[in-house]
Design a protein around this ligand. Structure first.
Ligand code: OSB
Ligand code: MG
Length: 382
């Protein structure tokens, strides 16, 4: 059924993280988010842009996302009748870049169309494309930022293990790497452990990174430049740890290239980074075909983004635990219903039609610092 996109509303929200996530590029406790709401044919649907307020993880920011959604992507989509995700992709296909803004509006359309079809987003994404069914609950892990000391890091790991997280990811940077891993492995020889450098190293650091080989890492995430695949293909043969690419992968073509040249063995898929669920699924398909393990990353999302990440992670090729933690790791009071960790280290995939995020409208109002209605363009402008 064609759905007329009657209204698009943008919300700029701000919430304090329960625990900030300091990476090699920094990290603050105050987390702004841009939320997209679509109203169409009596249904309401939601999307989230994962940009930070500063251009650190990527070049996009909450400011650029706001501008692109309000002035370009939003006006292009509002008022249109849409029957498939391909149609919204074609509408936005005339524009370049801005994957985080794109993912937010495309995500709200996915939610809308899955609701109209009466299917949970997870089923709508699966769509009978795979021999294996989708998961009802997904294995998850937790991401721990750079701390003041190794002792503080060990204390947080202890807490997270007690909470039931079956996989620990630690952020590293030069000088906060080998010693840290040494101490963690001394205390916890057997836990599933991985490290994420967020591009803090150079190819010349290969020998230093090879020192991490002895810690039996599940993977080493994004050691080199965020815009690089080639140098990672030079690094991978020099270390035993499997490289996982996060920042470097934007498209299914990037994924195919990276796997073909041996730049990584594992890929982190964040729907918000790659322009949405469609491209995320295409990257998943590349990994599945290449028998390369993949997993769904996180960007400290609200419950809206997390619902989508859970749906994405339910696809059969996402075989490794996602960076999708329980609400309590992020927010005291989210703008949606809360997600909890099951005793087997999984989180349930939402099973209501669409995204399945239950919006707490009072909370959304309370944390909204700016709002805008998307106004249709009087002319196309090109
Ligand atoms: O590199 O995976 C990353 C959060 C913000 C920016 C980059 C990253 C992360 C995480 C968070 O590691 C994972 C989560 O949302 O729990
Ligand atoms: Mg990462």
């Amino acid at each position: 059924m064609a759905m007329k996109i009657e209204r698009i509303t943008l919300y700029h929200t701000e919430m304090e993280l329960v625990e900030k996530l300091v990476t090699s590029f920094g990290g603050e406790a105050l987390r702004p988010s841009i939320i997209v709401r679509i109203d169409a044919e009596g249904l309401t649907s939601w999307g989230e842009a994962v940009a930070h307020d500063v251009p650190d993880y990527s070049g996009e920011t909450t400011g650029t996302v706001w501008h692109i959604l309000r002035d370009h992507f939003g006006p292009r989509v509002v008022g249109q009748k849409i029957e498939s995700v391909e149609e919204v992709r074609a509408l936005l296909g005339v524009y370049r870049g801005n994957p985080m803004a794109r993912a937010a509006v495309e995500g709200a359309v996915w939610d809308l169309l899955a609701q109209a079809a009466g299917q949970p987003l997870a089923d709508y994404l699966h769509a009978g494309r795979y021999a294996e069914p989708r998961r009802k609950a997904v294995k998850v892990g937790v991401s721990i930022g750079i701390q003041e000391s190794i002792a503080a890091t060990l204390a947080i790991i202890e807490k997270r293990l007690a909470e039931g997280y079956p996989r620990i990811k630690l952020k590293i940077k030069p000088g906060w790497d080998v010693q840290l891993a040494e101490a963690v492995r001394a205390r916890y020889p057997d836990i599933s452990l991985m490290l994420d450098a967020n591009s803090a190293y150079k190819l010349d650091d290969a020998a230093r990174l090879a020192e991490l080989d002895r810690f039996n890492l599940l993977m080493l995430e994004q050691p080199l430049w965020e815009d690089d695949i080639w140098c990672h293909s030079k690094l991978q043969p020099q270390i035993k740890s499997s490289i996982c690419l996060d920042e470097s992968i934007h498209t299914a073509r990037d994924a195919a290239f990276a796997l073909e040249v041996g730049a990584c063995r594992i890929i982190n898929v964040k729907p918000g980074r790659v322009g949405g669920f469609y491209e995320g699924r295409a990257i998943h398909d590349v990994c599945l075909k290449a028998s390369a393990p993949a997993w769904v990353g996180g960007m400290l999302e609200t419950g809206i983004g997390r619902a989508g990440n859970l749906a994405m992670a339910s696809l059969p090729g996402f075989t490794l635990p996602g960076d999708i933690s329980a609400t309590s790791r992020y927010w005291e009071h989210d703008i949606t219903g809360h997600y909890t960790l099951n005793t087997d280290g999984t989180i349930d995939v939402p099973d209501k039609p669409g995204l399945g995020a239950v919006i707490d409208h009072d909370r959304l109002e309370a944390v909204t610092t700016m709002r805008a209605a998307v106004v249709p363009r009087s002319s196309e402008g090109f």
